[in-house]
Each structure stands twice: as structure tokens, then as C-alpha cells.
Write a protein that binds this ligand. Structure first.
Ligand SMILES: Cc1ncc(C[n+]2csc(CCOP(=O)(O)OP(=O)(O)O)c2C)c(N)n1
Length: 709
């Protein structure tokens, strides 16, 4: 086994103290040595090494050397089957200590089949389904994105334990690992706010190597010590110590884990650690670190300290040497197994973007299948239902699902006591209690990250984003939620529902409250996107989303919430509409008119005001969208006009037009036309607003023009 770092190691320096009891030191040593051996192996077989055969190349590599010993000490304390770990690319040692196999650990950086991602994601972005041991939540490449899903897992622990009465969750905790650079991210502060205001069972473990690639810790937090700066933070136990010292690491980590497990609220522990390698494979540290600094860091290597701490007090010289030999054997065997695995097949690359009923195993996360089987809905609407406004229909659907399914939670800014700024959730907190319907802190990243963490534990979170535009701060969590199933090769999924009002209001607009831009989530991978035009469709689509194994963006158009346009008969407490099924509102033979959301109503008016025979299709969902319905209609009429409120360039109409150009070219008698908001933000004054929005008149004019072409 190549051990590049051996020559640089120094004599042990830690003063002899009696090793802390209650730790499985043998296992800690084993995993620390495995982690070192994996780093050594990968560093000698990465892209920078010319002599390595191509098939043995590690394509992208991060070393945990120096971070490893305290991480495996922490891992040894995580033994509850419902513990959740939110980690990052330097966290492999803790994964090893909670069940990652050596073969998987090596196969993934080689990009081989199996493992965390089946060759789809870089090897250091790991995950580990629990199966009776702690779960390592699917990591992301974005620094800081691990924090809010971990806080969501922590809140879900309290929900399972206290609301669902599942005693198996008693004593479980969530642990987020992050570097000193990550304490400057939105995710860190959002999760810290959540954990401390709600007193969640969550531990923040900050591994401070004073480097964020090349940037020093003083740039990330004043003075470079997040623990010192958080000393007076409310509801937070804070500890600070030396991660090179195994005794101090074990003492502080042990104290913090006990504190959180006992239900005393969150804790944060910062340990200083040396980064004994470059940031990652391609980095050579030139220009930002001197040889003297690197040598000084080697003086702080925790591994020789671990040895002098334990030998001979807990392990004999012989036992340590035997452990080294065992590790060498196991890693050699693991490497052989990893290299023997085939490269992934491109054939399967399109699988697992969405739920796949044919997959041999179901991903972890989302509602349990037996519960979903019980919740089978009907596509037959109750024709006698009372006429409800859109907002009332959504509220009634949330109410019936909260009643039918105790795993449903509804939350967002002002959603609880007030009932939402649009009053859609009015009265729900009173009816279902503040653990099921609640206000959140003002952080959209926190709202969505929390939802993701909760869904991973098997809950159905329904998160409200107050206005479409305010989903912007949550973009990272939304994107990572969508790709989760694909990038973990169906090991994890986080089906959540994100309700958001958007679009122009009644006689009013502006760039902040009137955005639609639904196409963004059609382009983002893995999302279902519903844009209902009326209360009945809203009921069916929302219920489908809340019983789905895929995440859903659910638009509630502002101009429809309280108006007669959006009103419809309530179709029943079990009514569902499958995604991807459009509705033909009016049959015709001259031209196909396609729309969704509030524009549907202007299209209805336009179609009724012309002699042209218009077939009007309400798409209802834009991801997936009903291609067959559209193609069939256009192949009949030969003409197509698409009307949407989102801006023209690269709006969803462009996708439909491209599809028609390819699939219906020989049936077209005229170019496919789009009528949309031109490429400007929504304006405020009604005169300006009306100047940019397609009106029934402009739609009719365009229909008549197109019919004459
Ligand atoms: C959101 C985001 N911004 C930038 C990067 C690029 N990047 C990768 S690692 C890193 C430094 C992180 O430092 P720290 O959190 O201290 O962790 P360490 O690597 O030192 O363990 C940066 C800037 C990223 N992955 N994600």
C-alpha cells in the first residue's frame, strides 16, 4: 500500500493521559487507518500521476487526512438507528465509521457501478441509507448546503417522536459537519437559527483547518473562530478545542453528543484540525501556503497523537501493528473488488430522474408505500360539490390531507397563526396544532432544506414560499432536491410539495410579487410542475402531489385565488388528477390554442369572441406535459398559438414550439406562434401591466391573424 505521507510523520507529542472510557478505541483506530490508506491510495492514483493505467485513475479526489481522527471519534458516538448525518466532501472518515464499506468507498471515486451513485456523481459526494444504522443524507457539492436538510432531519425526529408517538426516535440526533469556510454560508446561519429557536436535537461540528481552498478563516468569520463568536448565542452549547488531541476531541464531542441526545437543545463544537493535503487532487497549494506552514501542520497530525494516547494504555504495540496489517489487507481487498467492478453502462443514464415503479428497490425517503397504497384517489369528480374559490379549495385539500395522513406537515412564513399572507392556510393551525401547521423563520433556504430533511425521514412536507420571486434564495436546495434521486442512483428521494403564489395580481403587478417563471423548474431536473387554472384542478393536482413519490412545484396564481375566474365546484376529498394530463376546454378545427394558469381565462374569452374554430387546451401541468394531447390537436388543426404569462425567450412555449416543429412539421399550415410577456419584468402601474400582459383582445387578434396565414 503506498503511504506517501510516512516520511513526513513526526514523533508523537501528546502528553500521556488515560484514554477516555466508553469509546471503542480499537474501532476508532481501525477506521482512522482505513481513511488514511484510502487517501494514500487515491493520491497515488489520481490524474496527476502519469504512470497510472487509465482504468485505475481516480478522476477527482479529496483527502480527509488530518480531519480523520476526530471525525471517526464522532462517528463512534453515532449509534442510534435514526441519527442523521449531514456531511460534505471531506467527510468520508465518518461514513466509514457508520458503515460505508471500503469497496464502495473506493469504487465511487473510480466511477464504477454500484456505490453511492453508480458512477453518476464525484466519489467524495457520498450518501448512506440507514438500514438500522445512522443515515448519511445525500451530500451535495455546494458548500453549506448540508446544514438545512440536517436541521430538517432534526425537526423530523421531534415530529416522529412527539407527534406520531414513535418511541424509536427517542434519543436520536442530527449532526451536520462543515469546514470553517462553510460558516459564512446562508445554509449555516439558516440552520443555526432553526436549531436554536426550535431547540432541535442537532449538533454542528465545525472542522476548522483555517482554509477554504486558499482563503483563511479570518475571512469567513471575524477573528477566524466561529465558536468564540457564537459564545453568547441563545439556546446553544458551544465548545471549542484542539482536534489534533484525541483526548480533547473525545471529551468535547462526547459532551456535546450527550447534551443533544438528552434533549437539551443544539450544540456546536469547533475543533481545529490540520489540512495535511492540498484542497483536492488538482490543487497544488502553490501561492497560498509556504513549505514552513505545511510542515507546521504536519506537527499537528492527530494520527501519531492517537497512537501515543492509546499505546500502551489501551492497545499494545503489537495490537496497533496488527491493526495496521489488517487495514492494509482490507484496503487491498477492497481496491481489488472496486477495480473489478464494471464501468457504469450509459444505457441506464436516463433512469431515476423520476420515480420508477419498475426499479428493484425503492429509494429511501418519501411516504411509505403501504400508506400510499391506502391513499388511492379517484379521478372522477363530484359533480355536486359546492362552488369554491381557488384559495378555499386549496385550503380544503390541505385540510383533508392533513386529516387523512398524519405524516403531512404544512409550513412557511406566516402560515401558522395568521394563516398565510394569502389566507390559504387560515384556520389550519387551530385545527391541527402547531407541530403540524407552523410558521418558520424567514429563510427560504431553511424552508426548503427543512422540507428535504423531513421528506428523507418519510414525512410529506408541504412548504409555502410566500411569493414566487422569494424562492430565489432557496434555488440551491430546490435544485438539489430535484436531482437527488438521479444522482444517488435511486438510493434517496425527497418528495416535497412547494406551494407558491405568483403571477399578476388583480389590477396590480410588480417585479417582486408577480413573477411567474415556472419554466425554471421545468428546466431543473426531477420536478413536477403544476400550474392549475381553476379550483377543481388545483384540488386534484395538489392531492396528487401530496401522494407522489416525486417533488412538486405547485403554482397558485394570485389573480385566481379569490376571483370568480379561479372558482369551481369542489371535486371531492379524494379527487386526484394525474400529472401530464391536459384538458381540452373547447374543441375546434381551425387552430389549437394552448395555455395554462391565469392566461387560460383570457384564452377562453378570446376563443369565444372570434369566428375562428379554436381548440383550447389547458395544459394544467408543464412538467410533465401532455405532448400527445397537443400533438393530436395540432395535427388536426394545422395551426397553433401558445399563450403564457412567463417571458417569451426560452419560456415554456419555446419547448412546445420546438416539439411541434419536429413532430408535426408536415401537418403545420402556418408557423407556430407564441404570445407572451415580452422580455421585461412585471411592471407596477396598471397601464404598464396591461401593456405587457396578453389580453383577451390581443389573443383574439393573434388567433385571427394566424388563421389567415
Ligand atoms: C456554494 C459553493 N461555493 C463554492 C464552492 C467551491 N469550493 C469548494 S470547497 C471550497 C472551500 C470550502 O472550505 P471549508 O468549508 O473550510 O472546507 P474544507 O475544504 O476546508 O474542509 C470552495 C470555495 C462550492 N463547492 N460551493
Amino acid at each position: 500500500m503506498p503511504v506517501e505521507s510516512k516520511g513526513k510523520r513526526r514523533a508523537p507529542a501528546t502528553p500521556r493521559v488515560t484514554p477516555a472510557p466508553d469509546f471503542d478505541w480499537r474501532s476508532i483506530v481501525y477506521h482512522a487507518l482505513v481513511s488514511r490508506a484510502l487517501d494514500d491510495t487515491e493520491e497515488s492514483t489520481n490524474r496527476n500521476r502519469g504512470h497510472v493505467p487509465k482504468e485505475h485513475l481516480v478522476l477527482y479526489q479529496f483527502s480527509a487526512r488530518g480531519h480523520d481522527v476526530p471525525q471517526v471519534i464522532l462517528g463512534s458516538l453515532l449509534n442510534h438507528p435514526h441519527d442523521g448525518i449531514g456531511a460534505y466532501y471531506r467527510s468520508r472518515p465518518i461514513l466509514l465509521s457508520v458503515g460505508l464499506t471500503i469497496e464502495d468507498a473506493l469504487a465511487s471515486p473510480l466511477g464504477r457501478t454500484g456505490g453511492f451513485s453508480d458512477g453518476r456523481d464525484i466519489g467524495v459526494v457520498c450518501n448512506l441509507p440507514g438500514n438500522g444504522r445512522p443515515t448519511v443524507l445525500p451530500m451535495s457539492g455546494d458548500v453549506g448546503s448540508q446544514y438545512t436538510p440536517t436541521a430538517g432531519w432534526a425537526q423530523a425526529i421531534t415530529y416522529h417522536r412527539d407527534t406520531l408517538g414513535d418511541a424509536n426516535y427517542a434519543g436520536a440526533i442530527a449532526v451536520a459537519l462543515g469546514g470553517d469556510g462553510s460558516v459564512a454560508t446562508n445554509g449555516f446561519w439558516s440552520a443555526l437559527t432553526m436549531a436554536t429557536t426550535l431547540r432541535l436535537p442537532m449538533l454542528f461540528y465545525i472542522e476548522d483547518n483555517d482554509l477554504g481552498i486558499s482563503v483563511r478563516g479570518k475571512m469567513q468569520t471575524p477573528g477566524g473562530n466561529i465558536a468564540r463568536n457564537l459564545a453568547s448565542f441563545g439556546n446553544l452549547l458551544v465548545r471549542d478545542g484542539n482536534g489534533s488531541d484525541p483526548h480533547e476531541s473525545a471529551t468535547l464531542l462526547g459532551e456535546c453528543v450527550r447534551h443533544v441526545r438528552a434533549g437539551n437543545g443544539p450544540a456546536l463544537v469547533r475543533l481545529t484540525v490540520p489540512r495535511l493535503s492540498s484542497h483536492s487532487g488538482p490543487d497544488n497549494q502553490k501561492g497560498y501556503r509556504t513549505d514552513d506552514e505545511i510542515a507546521a501542520d504536519w506537527q499537528r497530525d492527530p494520527l501519531p497523537n492517537l497512537r501515543s494516547y492509546l499505546v500502551p494504555a489501551r492497545l499494545s504495540e503489537k495490537e496497533w501493528t496488527e491493526l495496521e496489517a489488517e487495514v492494509e489487507r482490507d484496503v487491498t481487498r477492497g481496491l481489488e473488488g472496486a477495480r473489478a467492478r464494471p464501468a457504469p453502462s450509459p444505457e441506464g443514464i436516463h433512469r431515476h430522474v423520476y420515480h420508477d415503479a419498475e426499479a428493484p428497490t425503492e429509494a429511501a425517503g418519501g411516504l411509505p408505500q403501504p400508506l400510499l397504497d391506502q391513499l388511492d384517489g379517484t379521478t372522477v369528480a363530484d359533480e355536486e360539490g359546492e362552488v369554491l374559490r381557488f384559495a378555499d379549495a386549496v385550503r380544503r385539500t390541505l385540510r383533508s390531507e392533513l386529516q387523512a395522513n398524519t405524516r403531512v406537515l404544512v409550513f412557511g412564513e406566516d402560515v401558522g397563526v395568521k394563516g398565510g399572507v394569502h389566507l390559504v392556510t387560515e384556520g389550519l393551525q387551530k385545527a391541527f396544532g402547531s407541530d403540524r401547521v407552523f410558521d418558520t423563520s424567514l429563510s427560504e433556504e431553511g424552508i426548503i432544506g427543512r422540507a428535504v430533511g423531513m421528506a428523507l425521514t418519510g414525512l410529506m412536507p408541504v412548504a409555502e414560499i410566500q411569493f414566487r420571486k422569494y424562492a430565489d434564495p432557496a434555488a440551491e436546495q430546490l435544485n438539489n432536491c430535484g436531482t437527488m434521486r438521479w444522482r444517488t442512483a435511486n438510493r434517496f428521494c425527497a418528495p416535497i410539495v412547494v406551494r407558491m403564489p405568483g403571477g399578476f395580481g388583480k389590477d396590480v403587478g410588480d417585479p417582486w410579487h408577480s413573477l411567474s417563471a415556472e419554466v425554471l423548474w421545468v428546466h431543473a431536473i426531477g420536478w413536477q410542475v403544476a400550474v392549475p387554472s381553476n379550483a377543481a384542478d388545483a384540488v386534484g393536482l395538489l392531492r396528487s402531489a401530496m401522494r407522489s413519490r416525486n417533488p412538486t412545484i405547485f403554482f397558485e396564481h394570485r389573480s385566481l385565488l379569490m376571483t370568480s375566474d379561479g372558482s369551481a365546484r369542489y371535486p371531492g376529498d379524494n379527487y386526484v388528477i394525474p400529472f401530464g394530463s391536459a384538458r381540452v376546454l373547447r374543441e375546434g378545427s381551425d387552430l389549437t390554442l394552448i395555455s395554462w394558469g391565469a392566461m387560460v381565462h383570457r384564452c377562453v374569452d378570446a376563443a369565444s369572441a372570434t369566428d375562428v374554430s379554436v381548440e383550447l387546451i389547458d395544459l394544467r401541468t408543464v412538467a410533465p406535459w401532455d405532448r400527445e394531447c397537443v400533438l393530436q390537436s395540432v395535427q388536426k388543426t394545422g395551426r397553433c398559438l401558445i399563450v403564457h404569462e412567463d417571458t417569451l425567450t426560452a419560456g415554456f412555449g419555446a419547448e412546445i414550439a420546438a416539439t411541434l416543429a419536429r413532430e408535426s412539421f408536415w401537418h403545420l399550415d402556418a408557423p407556430v406562434e407564441r404570445l407572451c410577456v415580452e422580455d421585461v419584468p412585471m411592471p407596477y402601474h396598471p397601464v404598464l401591466l396591461n401593456a405587457v400582459l396578453p389580453s383577451a383582445d390581443t389573443i383574439r387578434e393573434r388567433i385571427e391573424h394566424l388563421a389567415r396565414v
